[in-house]
Design a protein around this ligand. Structure first.
Ligand code: PEP
Ligand code: CO
Length: 453
């Protein structure tokens, strides 16, 4: 069935069940799964339809070059202990990066966290073998546990409820912080994080902070009083919509608004491994009103991406579909142009966003899985150039990052080397930029855009 035919088929939150669903766990006890899903269906939603519609409209602006999307956070959130310090420092870092981008690009920034629901992970192999013992792969804390015992790796449906609860707790804290003084533009110094003090970028950053403080005070003089909404910023949430029974259970209609929404997150995305237009994930996403992302990479086919675009954005809404590119530095120049042309041929607007992380993962000699700062920066810069040459526009960026002082990516201003990886490699799955590296990337985006204009 091609995209046009599939588009005419009726959609239901459960119609994905008629398609092939990759990357799903095999639960043992169907009754227990049903009881969990029933409970999920009865719990209050995490986000609202009007927030989702606002984001959709802001992403439409980003597709047209009037805003810029900054999406970032954990590769995989974990259950168990919620690290309040890590949430706060990640939020501060995203605020700092957005400040650099707003100031440098002269555009409002849409902030979307990879948080409050980023618990399911696609895996290349269904099983993992250690010392002759083979167990199911770890698929993220919403499905099983990362320890290597049969109990840990057995999929447990109750983890869906834990993940929903943890998402609610995380989002509640993020909302409280971003509505309160924490995000107050009168006090950008509140967002200082420890690494900044002796960072080579401290001067550049502090100059921006001073300039903002001056602009705010200038505006308030003209306005003859405080400007209220400078005290708040919006954060939206996103996660990979991988575990389809969960996503279906949090899909609802709302009073006085047409359409069906996934009310567990603002912006669900489809990962590379589940992005076939014939698959269950695309079928599920086809019918929800949320803005959605789809990863596109070296293994994607041009024809599939054309079909995806038609299936997922038949009404040609500029904010509906974000294509998140992750080709890797070596392949982006040769591969991306044909996708850009294909999308232009279809004539449906999309927001192009670059994930320079997932195409650039290596295995170091000491066994760690790092990414190199230079290659991350280079893929971003090449993506800006390629899209511009093709008459398209890079309107957003997507990172795995943390505000904590980790050593998971090699390079950056402080010159982290392979032998530093052992010092603080803490990620459960993929390597993240630390605060200093992430801020440096924000500056490099600004430099790139300035030199292009
Ligand atoms: C991810 O974003 O963590 C991920 C698994 O990405 P991809 O689907 O692009 O491999
Ligand atoms: Co990842």
């Amino acid at each position: 069935m091609d995209a046009d035919e599939q588009q005419t088929q009726p959609w239901r939150p459960s119609s994905w069940q008629d398609k092939t669903a990759l990357q799903q766990p095999q639960y043992d006890d169907d009754d227990q799964v049903e009881a969990v899903l029933e409970r999920l269906r009865s719990l209050p939603p995490l986000v609202t339809s009007w927030e989702i519609e606002s984001l959709r409209s802001e992403l439409g602006d980003a597709a047209a070059g009037r805003r810029f999307l900054l999406q970032g956070g954990e590769c995989a959130e974990t259950l168990g202990q919620i690290d309040v310090g890590a949430i706060t420092s990640r939020l501060k870092l995203l605020l700092q990066m957005s400040l650099v981008l707003v100031f440098g690009l002269k555009l409002p920034v849409v902030r979307v966290g990879r948080f409050a629901g980023q618990y399911a992970k696609p895996r290349s192999a269904g099983t993992e073998t250690r010392d002759g013992v083979t167990l199911p792969s770890y698929r993220g804390d919403i499905i099983n546990r990362s320890g290597f015992s049969p109990e840990d790796r057995s999929p447990d449906p109750r983890l869906m409820l834990d993940a929903y609860g943890h998402s609610a707790l995380t989002l509640n804290f993020v909302r409280a912080l971003s509505q309160g003084g924490f995000a107050d533009l009168h006090h950008p110094e509140y967002w200082d994080v420890a690494f900044l003090g002796d960072s080579p970028m401290a001067d550049d950053y502090l100059r921006i902070v001073d300039a903002i403080r001056e602009s705010v005070s200038f505006m308030e003089t003209i306005h003859e009083g405080p400007i209220e909404n400078l005290q708040q910023v919006d954060f939206y949430t996103s996660h990979e919509a991988l575990l389809l029974p969960y996503e279906e259970a949090v899909t609802r209609t709302v009073p006085r608004r047409p359409g069906t929404y996934n009310l567990s997150t603002h912006f669900p995305w489809i990962g590379l491994r589940t992005s076939s237009p014939r698959g269950a994930h695309v079928e599920y996403m086809r019918g929800i009103r949320n803005p959605i992302g789809v990863k596109v990479g070296p293994d994607s086919s041009v024809d599939d991406v054309k079909q995806l675009t038609r299936l997922l954005n038949p009404n040609r809404d500029p904010g509906r579909l974000t294509l998140i590119t992750r080709f890797g530095t070596d392949e982006v120049e040769s591969a991306l142009p044909r996708f850009a042309r294909a999308v232009a041929d279809v004539g449906i607007p999309v927001l192009w966003c670059c994930d320079p992380m997932h195409g650039n993962t290596e295995v170091a000699e000491n066994g760690y899985k790092p990414r190199r700062f230079d290659r991350i920066r280079d893929e971003l810069e090449l993506t800006f150039d390629v899209l511009e040459r093709e008459g398209a526009l890079l309107g957003g960026v997507h990172f795995e990052l943390t505000g904590e002082d980790v050593t998971e990516c090699i390079g950056g201003a402080r010159g982290i080397t392979e032998s530093d990886l052992a010092r603080a490699y803490r990620s459960a799955v993929d390597p993240r930029l630390n605060g200093e590296q992430a801020l440096e990337i924000a500056f490099s985006i600004v430099r790139k855009r300035r030199s292009a204009s």
